[in-house]
Design a protein around this ligand. Structure first.
Ligand SMILES: Nc1ncnc2c1ncn2[C@@H]1O[C@H](COP(=O)(O)OP(=O)(O)O)[C@@H](O)[C@H]1O
Ligand SMILES: [Mg+2]
Length: 254
């Protein structure tokens, strides 16, 4: 395959120019980071699994009418996506207290929240992704009020649907982070789901034992990190056909 121009290297993924205008290739690395890059490591096979898991979930969301950037998976570590204008927000949806909400508000981890709670963080590594309110978002024009309405509705529908999918395989969707982007089609603009949905940005607990099956195992040095990602893929019925064969995957082409 022809060498592609690399446009951006992030903490977990690399974006390459796509084959057609308006498309990108998203390459999933095994690199893991936590605390805004303070803790770094490698989770062997993570890229392959996240590529598959995100493909699976985005296709399911597409089926129920939630627009996403996903076009198709290209290989073990790459997927073709529509290029969008990323809205600089991390949208967090919480069903059960864990992580920062437990720390900040003193709610013990595992407490079911009275209802699903949305939080917004300004996506800016230099500022450590600070929490912001709808007021900040519209005042600074990161998103228009109408965009924010769409984002909220999409986030809540995504939460309902994903909660059901995970419940069906014995997993509790504790919380997760979404990113959205603007997709232009001529004069028309639509807000679509972008980035990825995977154990990197979801808290997933076994429904019976509350065992953590997500990146918290890496953040908190709990061990069996690879196994947790594999378990999520296995329960979704999408462990890569080749088993663990290509979990290391090809080298990135520069
Ligand atoms: N469809 C898309 N179009 C343009 N940019 C995207 C799209 N989907 C995701 N991105 C961006 O690509 C990057 C993915 O790489 P990642 O390693 O997650 O980066 P980061 O370290 O910035 O989180 C993110 O910055 C994300 O906002
Ligand atoms: Mg990211």
């Amino acid at each position: 395959m022809a060498r592609r121009r690399q446009l951006y290297e992030g903490k977990a993924k690399i974006l390459f120019e796509g084959p057609e205008p308006g498309t990108l290739v998203q390459y999933f690395k095994d690199d893991a980071s936590a605390g805004n890059g303070v803790k770094k490591g490698v989770i062997t096979g993570k890229g392959v699994l996240n590529n598959r898991i995100s493909e699976y979930l985005m296709l399911k969301l597409h089926d129920i009418g939630i627009p996403t950037h996903f076009v198709r998976r290209l290989n073990m570590r790459e997927q073709l996506i529509r290029e969008v204008e990323i809205i600089p927000l991390e949208v967090v949806i919480r069903n059960v207290a864990a992580g920062s909400i437990s720390k900040r508000l003193g709610i013990p981890e595992g407490t079911r929240l009275p209802r699903s709670i949305l939080e917004y963080y300004y996506k800016n590594d230099a500022l450590n992704d600070p929490m912001v309110s709808e007021e900040h978002i519209t005042a600074f024009d990161w998103a228009a009020p109408q965009d924010l309405d769409d984002i909220n509705a999409l986030a809540l529908r995504t939460n309902d649907f994903l909660s059901g999918i995970f419940q069906g395989i014995g997993i509790q969707l504790v919380d997760f982070k979404l990113e959205f982007g603007r997709l232009w089609e001529g004069e028309e603009m639509r807000i679509v789901l972008a980035d990825e949905i995977s154990p990197d940005n979801c808290r997933l607990w076994d429904a019976k034992t509350s065992e953590k099956l997500d990146k918290d195992r890496f953040r908190r040095d709990m061990g069996r990190v690879e196994e947790a990602y594999q378990e999520v893929a296995r329960r979704l019925g999408i462990l890569p056909e080749a088993g663990n064969g290509d979990l290391k995957g090809p080298e990135v082409m520069q």
